[in-house]
Design a protein around this ligand. Sequence first.
Ligand code: CA
Ligand code: CA
Ligand code: CA
Length: 469
Amino acid sequence: VSSGPSNWDAVWVFAKWRKQGQTTWNHATLNWVDGTGSGDGHIEPANSNIASANDNGAGGSYGVFIHRSADMAQATVTYTGVQLRWKYGTDGLADNDLVEVRVYGIEMVYVPQGSFYVGSGGTEAGAFYTYPTTTNAYQITSEAAITVGTTSGNLYYPNTGVPGDRSGPIPAAFPKGYNAFYCMKYEISQEQYVAFLNTLTRDQQDTRTATSLPTGTTSVTNRYVMSNTSTIANRNGIRCDATIHSSNPITFYCDLDGDGTGDESNDGQDIACNWTNVADLSAYLDWAALRPITELEFEKACRGTLSPVANEYAWGNTSITQATGISNSGLENEVPSNGAANASYGNHASVQGPMRGGSFGQGVNTRVATGSSYYGIMELSGSNWERPITIGNNTGRNFTGLHGNGVIDAAGDANTSNWPTSNAIGVGFRGGYWEHVSAVTRISDRNNAADVYSIRTNHYGHRGVRTAP
Ligand SMILES: [Ca+2]
Ligand SMILES: [Ca+2]
Ligand SMILES: [Ca+2]
């Protein structure tokens, strides 16, 4: 659309490859000349645009955004004939090498450059305001460094909950949400996490799952590998077979119905992936050549450029309707059993876990009914508890917004400079989750914005972003 949010949805497309006979997957380097699809040798179908960045500094990009280039709303886009030029020589391949290629797509939403507010002027715990008036939200108008403190006009926040050290500055390099970025439309799904696991080495897979699966293990008692339980816990159906090879990579699959056959239509592939820790999330984002979202970008992704509404949820008002059950469980059309629901929160006995990404708003395509943000980003309030980079401690403030390069280390961890690591310092929580009271799911709630938890549990999830090329 060219009015209102003036933005578009896109798909982030990247590829992995391996030579015939290899077990190890590699990230594909795509051609980059000027970042426009045609200039890069890619083929753009009519009414589409292909955009990318010079990620490796040598004319190579780690993926491309493909999006509609003409106005269109509430309809399905289908493109055929997209072609991406791969710099396989750069990746060490010869013309006659035989290779296997896997191509991935992640739904993203474009958040345009522009000024916006953090804090709503409401009563949320630890919320941002313009010192000294707690009812005045703080406006971010550039990517310049921000002073945190108690001089009139500074960004500040009350010491309610675990909001951080109330210190600064927030350096210029810290992504503030003023500049344009792409944000994942949904939380990382179980299918996406399985796709990631299934390109890893056995050692990496062992690190990125809760069940112990080291080389030498040939049978698995607890097969739901993210919760490490023998039965499904809180709707995470990711598992592997009970009998596994002693050293080869394991094939994981979704099996929400628990019948031992993976990736059937009712196996919950589109359910948000819970039972993940910060190191899992960083590794996924590095593998996908994305990066973590910051808590300033989180508020922009929710509120957009609109004036804040005190105590608002991600859809821009203070009214929230709880999902009280699940229909079509695990199917691609999974929905709350009460059609008016727009969020998963409040620990309803008939929900007890995240739901399918985009499951709210049956037949009514308004922002409030669908529980969507200003830009159409889903489940920012409720579902899984998301883990943005905090401005509440030095480790968080030192984040510079580097993107992943598609490659994680041999142990299975992300290895991008200034990213959060397994100790989870520098990361907090935003948006609440399926078990929380509604107040914690508000856009500006910072009750746990600098809280440090490194464990895997049934309500931790995430989404990634990428600075716009
Ligand atoms: Ca199944
Ligand atoms: Ca969420
Ligand atoms: Ca990396």
